[in-house]
Design a protein around this ligand. Structure first.
Ligand code: GLV
Ligand code: MN
Ligand code: MN
Length: 412
């Protein structure tokens, strides 16, 4: 099996020498290197590679004698994959484990002498983490028509470069982005393998799990605008300091999450102009909130925004707040899920059902295509961190599980 070779060849790309974490942001040189890696892995396996209009990569193993996409009576494809981009200083596994396992599963199917009777695709979706342009699962959202292409083109990174500019600089025509109904109509099932981002499998002593549902979740941006002033001379009473309502919002997020069994995180904040010896002019913060159901999510976000507004008013600070991306609750396709469970059970692979608070392209695509997920045990549960890990034996179990599922879905 080729997992280790493929894994080692991807590992150096975009790794930060100091933190040991990954900085693979879309449409950067690191992203181009990941794309070249994907193209080479596909070419080594005689797979047909193409980038769709949204910059997602696809590698196709066409069945012998297949008449091509769109042919009358053409059978629908089975697709697996994940993403290659990362959060800032992310781990090696979140995303790449699914893509590397997909290529390794193709190798294993070939070793087993399996031939697909329907097209088998491997996808690497662009900007899954929203690490550069702020909207999670941007590539799959565009493909599925879940975001307005004009709004997507205007998304800007921290340096003010828009998605349109970044795509154009990388040789992709941004005017072509948007839903691709023909491509989606040709896909009968999408199965994403992913490292688990929690400790449920470790607690259950299982190497592999099956995704049951994804919590509704989203990102909200809060801009607090105050009045810059001198840190030594402005009296406390005279200040309009945006840092104070920002701090109140962070504490409210923790409080709201704790009281509703949810998650709320402020992981990114900027203060302008950033002088040590001045009251800030503006503080911008991003709230990431997730909950077991949509009503609870609304309640949590409502409480945080209410606390932020109240604190802003109390300090003479303006607050502008709104969602950047929101993903509704997803329950994975029950028929596909049960089919995964029974093909794994036939091979004596125990795979408990797991809900997750992490977002995935499979969750976005679920609105258009039957989707399912496989999770691979993460012994500490830590993710979005250089410490993210999965043991080699569990990665190998993941490849075997994925190959088993793909054999059932695509080769019979
Ligand atoms: C993606 O990993 C997310 O859940 O934010
Ligand atoms: Mn992630
Ligand atoms: Mn991921």
């Amino acid at each position: 099996m080729s997992f280790a070779t493929l894994w080692e060849s991807l590992l150096p790309i975009g790794r930060d020498g100091l933190s040991g974490g990954y900085r693979r942001f879309s449409w950067t040189p690191e992203d181009a290197a990941c794309r070249a890696w994907f193209t080479q892995a596909a070419a080594e396996r005689d797979l047909r590679v193409l980038a769709d209009n949204n910059g997602n990569l696809w590698a196709w193993w066409d069945p012998p004698g297949w008449p091509g996409p769109g042919a009358p009576g053409g059978t629908k494809a089975v697709v697996t994959g994940s993403h290659l981009d990362s959060v800032p200083d992310g781990g090696a596994f979140d995303g790449p484990l699914g893509v590397v396992s997909a290529f390794a599963a193709v190798d294993l199917l070939r070793e087993r002498g399996c031939l697909p009777v329907r097209p088998l695709g491997i996808a690497a979706f662009s900007e899954e983490e929203g690490g550069r342009f702020g909207v999670a699962c941007l590539g799959s959202r565009l493909l599925a028509g879940a975001i307005d292409p004009a709004a997507a083109r205007a998304l800007a990174d921290a340096a003010g470069v828009t998605l349109a500019e970044a795509m154009a600089a990388a040789g992709h025509d941004p005017d072509l982005i948007g839903p691709d109904d023909d491509l989606l109509a040709a896909v009968g099932a999408y199965v994403e393998l992913h490292v688990e981002q929690g400790r449920a499998l470790a607690n259950l002593d299982a190497a592999i799990g099956i995704g049951e549902q994804i919590w509704p979740h989203g990102r909200w941006r809060l801009d607090f605008t105050g009045r810059p002033d001198h840190a030594g001379t402005a009296t406390l009473a005279d200040r309009r300091d945006p840092m104070l309502p920002f701090a109140a919002a962070v504490l409210a997020a923790r409080q709201a999450a704790a009281s509703h069994g949810a998650r709320a995180t402020v992981g990114k904040v900027t203060a302008e102009p950033g002088a040590v010896n001045a009251v800030s002019a503006r503080v911008s913060a991003w709230l990431d909130a997730r909950a077991p159901d949509e009503r609870t999510l609304e309640t949590v976000v409502g409480e945080v925004l209410a606390a932020a507004r109240e604190a802003a008013a109390g300090h003479g600070v303006e607050l502008a707040a709104g969602p950047e991306s929101v993903t509704p609750a997803v329950v994975f396709d029950q028929g596909l899920r049960e089919r995964l469970a029974s093909s794994l059970a036939e091979q004596d692979i125990a795979a408990p059902l797991l809900p997750t608070g992490a977002g995935h392209d499979a969750g976005v695509l679920a609105a258009r295509v039957p989707t399912a997920m496989l999770f691979v045990r993460n012994p500490t549960g830590v993710s979005h961190s250089p410490a993210e890990h999965a043991e080699p034996a569990d990665c190998a179990a993941g490849v075997r599980a994925l190959a088993t599922v793909l054999e059932d879905l695509a080769c019979r």
